[in-house]
Write a protein that binds this ligand. Structure first.
Ligand code: ADP
Ligand code: MG
Ligand code: MG
Length: 878
């Protein structure tokens, strides 16, 4: 392929090659929309640049210059002309848009000579020198890495010297001085002369865009957003003839969404600024005017804008996010891309576009990134409680959901505090791309400046984090880490609650409530339910969890962790007593009591899931997990000693002794799961009996309960058969006692590598399999799940030794192979065997796709992820 394509000659379907921005510009050009002329240097060139030791391939610049010549023809301007110079922007654009992640240079083509020509062309020397000044600043920052503040400093002192506060009041004389000082800053920084010819500037800029692909910001962004090489491989460079939104009051620049990006309503949503350049709106340094006002300000341009929006939507069959500029009354489009929308907007637009016959139901489902639905399942503020809290401020709602946390103003500190487990609300005047890591560590974001298209808004929306922007009454003081609004001062670490759907900020932690399902969301889930073939069950251990799961569309419980029930405040002491029991009689007595409690839990859960399977897993963790750890106990003993409580000391010492007895070096591979069931059979016996008794009671009440019993940590058929004999005995006893037949499927988890490898043997006894993919992943990699995150995993991802975190997304090649072995062995013996997965992977769209493809019966996910799983399963089936 060629290294360079003019917009009119490129095949805009080749997004991987042209990048999203290039493809959009080409497509708009083809649609005869008003796009300034320009061309795209392909992502292939970017890759060659890196393969070539960071050098441009030889054929690139000649092709670039040929295309510059084409632009000269179209614009009637001349490259490097001292009379009528052609100026361009150099813009990055990968296949996936990474807003604000890479760099753009504007006004390229200016130097000491062409700036005079530009002044002649525009009849505006002040404007020309200001453009030149802006160019040097951007070029210095992007190409040379000069710190912005140095330039700002010069600008500020020039303003002070001239006695003006507004940039636009600076005289030509001042601007000329600023230009030479700016150049000096660059020259001091690089120890070389400032590149003066447009040719040289262009080459350096193209290289800088390619370099930004491997800049830290871009790398982190790709990593956090799972943008792998198969999705976007390198950036393209777009060179576009400059148009000026800052040429007076008949000029403007703005961004619009063709539909509301927050709630999905069919209306233009966006902002514009009169007499400004695009960067000003996007960076959020000035809060723009609502796009509605453009109708009055510039009716002709507004009409052109809304026509263009309609045309683009119809063409792309997706709401678009558009950048436009009006130069002295002439309307131009500078970018279009699929609009990044909040989850609720995605849902509403999907349903609406089906109604409008713009798309079909399958497309409506596929276009929603299932992961993003999480935001809809977020909590909102409890309306009934809000009156007890004081409102601090109100801003522009930018990304929905409510979040509480401690206020942190400093980006680094937000990361530190957030990553060490604090709930943080990041509060800034505005945010910049380099602040993005702090977004990941924060619960929510609040900025005092910027509008709905500002960096903070767009990034939060993409991440599904609550965000409020443009909150002018909020005065932030970075020097003493406070902010003030309505006469109230908030200090660092004070707690606030933000509601990104309403734009309100409250002092303190406002209680939040479960999300409400909208009609549109129900519609999407209904379409998805009808499309998917994979079953979706819940990981739930409480009646509330079961009810919630059912409300969200869950069809049964794939994993009910019985140990969670022992952790309840009313039973943990009983359970500890059981562990402490000195002999089997004493233990049995306590177990009878625990059995009663378990039975009533099971009854409630089975009732909530009436008609569906509920898989109950017997006790899994090692017993010492229920006891306080030895250090804690030692401390407690010290305190008791000090207070003279000898009785307390004696009791605690006994617990300490037992805790030490039970302690293990490597508990995850220790005395847990079926191993506990074998050495303390009375525990499993109690649990199995509780399930049977619950079924008896429900059957008598004519409730259609379908409990299943599942054994964790099985590694051999011998273990499974050992427990099966207990099960058989209890079954017989209960059936005889109550004179009824009781059907409870008996199955096993497959979470130990050996279990997967001997699944053919296990299937002779097990009536169902459930893959515990967390432990299975741990065993397959020999990675400790508890430790990887903070240790080597991030570096593995960075060095591309792992593409995804295997604990988040099933490792298809390794763990997936074991699952396939298990499935084929199981189904060979029992063709209709129920086989599913439980574990974190059950709610991960990529893993769901895999589970669908190998014919699993179901995945089990936490209740909050069930809608995500349903949509992901439908997408897998389409
Ligand atoms: P980003 O991907 O960060 O949005 P862009 O390449 O779109 O970066 O450019 C940044 C800003 O510069 C945008 O507001 C855009 O409208 C403006 N811009 C880019 N090229 C031109 C041009 N040729 N004429 C006028 N403004 C431009
Ligand atoms: Mg842009
Ligand atoms: Mg497990």
């Amino acid at each position: 392929t060629k290294p360079v394509y003019a917009f009119e000659e490129a095949d805009s379907k080749k997004r991987m090659l042209l990048g999203g921005k290039g493809a959009g510009l080409s497509e708009m050009t083809r649609l005869k929309l008003p796009v300034p002329p320009g061309f795209t240097i392909t992502t292939e060139v970017c890759n060659k640049y890196y393969d070539n030791n960071r050098k441009l391939p030889k054929d690139v610049m000649p092709a670039v210059m040929k295309n510059i010549a084409k632009m000269e023809k179209k614009t009637g301007k001349k490259w490097n002309s001292t009379k009528n110079p052609l100026l361009v922007s150099v813009r990055s654009g990968a296949a996936i848009s990474m807003p604000g992640m890479m760099d753009t240079i504007l006004n390229l083509g200016l130097n000491e000579k062409t700036v005079e020509g530009f002044a002649e062309q525009t009849k505006n020397p002040r404007f020309s020198w200001d453009s030149y000044r802006r160019f040097i600043q951007l070029f210095g920052k992007v190409v040379f890495g000069v710190n912005d503040e140095k330039f700002d400093h010069v600008l500020d002192s020039a303003k002070a010297k001239q006695g003006v506060t507004d940039d636009s009041k600076l005289s030509v004389e001042s601007l000329k001085n600023i230009v030479s000082e700016y150049k000096k800053i660059c020259e001091d920084h690089t120890k070389r002369k400032f590149p003066d010819t447009p040719d040289e500037q262009l080459i350096l800029s193209i290289e800088a865009v390619f370099k930004s692909w491997m800049g830290e910001r871009a790398i982190v962004y790709r990593e956090k957003n799972n943008i792998t090489k198969d999705i976007a491989n390198g950036t393209a460079v777009n060179v576009v003839a400059m148009v000026f939104g800052n040429m007076g009051d008949d000029s403007a620049t703005g961004v619009v969404f063709t539909r509301n990006g927050n709630n999905g309503k069919k209306e233009l949503e966006g902002e514009y600024l009169i007499n400004a350049q695009g960067e000003d709106v996007v960076a959020g340094v000035r809060t723009g005017k609502n796009i509605e006002f453009l109708k009055k300000d510039m009716p002709k341009s507004y009409k052109e804008l809304s026509n263009a929006c309609a045309k683009l939507e119809k063409h792309f069959r997706e709401p678009q996010d558009i950048e436009f500029t009006i130069e002295q009354g002439k309307f131009y489009l500078l970018q279009t891309r699929t609009a990044k929308m909040s989850a609720s907007a995605l849902v509403k637009t999907s349903v609406d576009m089906v109604k409008e016959r713009l798309i079909d139901k399958n497309k409506a489902l596929v276009r929603i990134p299932a992961q993003q639905l999480e935001a809809l399942l977020h909590r909102t503020m409890d309306e009934s409680k809000i009156k007890n809290y004081k409102q601090l401020a109100k801003g522009i709602p930018a990304s929905p959901g409510a979040a509480s946390g401690i206020v942190v103003f400093d980006v680094k500190k937000a990361i530190e505090l957030g990553d060490s487990g604090n709930k943080v609300i990041l509060v800034r005047k505005e945010t910049k791309p380099e602040d993005v890591p702090a977004f990941f560590s924060s619960e929510g974001i609040l900025t005092s400046l910027g509008g709905k298209s500002s960096h903070a808004a767009i990034v939060s929306r993409g991440m599904g984090k609550p965000c409020i922007v443009g909150c002018p009454e909020l005065k932030i003081n970075y020097d003493n880490n406070t902010c003030t609004a309505n006469g109230i001062t908030i200090k660092e670490k004070d707690t606030i609650t933000i509601d990104g759907s309403a734009g309100t900020v409250f002092i303190g932690e406002v209680p939040t409530v479960e999300p409400q399902m909208t009609k549109d969301f129900e519609q999407i889930l209904d379409w998805a339910q009808k499309t998917k073939t994979l079953g979706i069950r819940a990981n739930a251990d409480t009646p509330e969890g079961a009810k919630l799961a059912r409300k969200f569309g869950g069809q049964g419980i794939g994993l009910c962790r019985t140990e969670r029930m022992f952790n309840g405040s009313d039973r943990i002491n009983l359970f500890v007593e059981m562990i402490m029991a000195e002999n089997i009689e004493e233990r049995s007595k306590i177990l009878t009591k625990l059995g009663q409690l378990q039975k009533s839990d099971f009854i409630e859960i089975l009732q909530a899931m009436e008609g569906y399977e509920v898989t109950i897993r017997l006790l899994d963790p090692p017993l010492h997990e229920f006891l306080p750890n030895p250090e804690e106990l030692t401390e407690r003993i010290q305190k008791l000693k000090a207070s003279g409580d000898t009785d307390g000391v004696n009791k605690t010492e006994i617990i300490l002794k037992r805790a030490r007895e039970l302690a293990e070096i490597n508990p995850m591979m220790g005395h847990r799961g079926v191993r506990v069931g074998i050495t303390y059979p009375e525990i499993y016996e109690m649990q199995i009996r509780a399930v049977f008794d619950a079924l008896v009671e429900l059957t008598k009440k004519k409730v259609k309960a379908h409990p299943q019993i599942m054994i964790p940590q099985i590694s051999s058929i011998a273990e499974l058969n050992h427990i099966k004999r207990i099960y058989d005995r209890i079954k017989k006893e209960t059936e005889t006692k109550h004179k009824m037949k009781l059907k409870i499927n008996f199955g096993t988890m497959i979470e130990v590598v050996r279990a997967a490898l001997t699944a053919n043997e296990l299937a002779t006894t097990a009536e169902f399999f459930s893959f515990g993919t967390n432990d299975l992943t741990q065993g397959t990699f020999s990675f400790s799940r508890e430790d990887v995150e903070g240790k080597f995993l991030p570096e593995y991802m960075e060095k591309e030794l792992l593409e995804r975190n295997p604990f988040q997304s099933i490792d298809v090649n390794g763990v997936g192979s074991l699952i396939k072995i298990g499935v084929s062995a199981g189904r060979q013996l029992r063709p209709n065997m129920e086989i599913g997965i439980c574990g974190e992977h059950g709610g991960d769209p990529n893993s769901i796709k895999f589970c669908h493809s190998i014919g699993l019966s179901y995945v089990s996910a936490s209740p909050h992820r069930i809608p995500i799983a349903i949509v992901a399963a439908a997408q897998a089936a389409i």
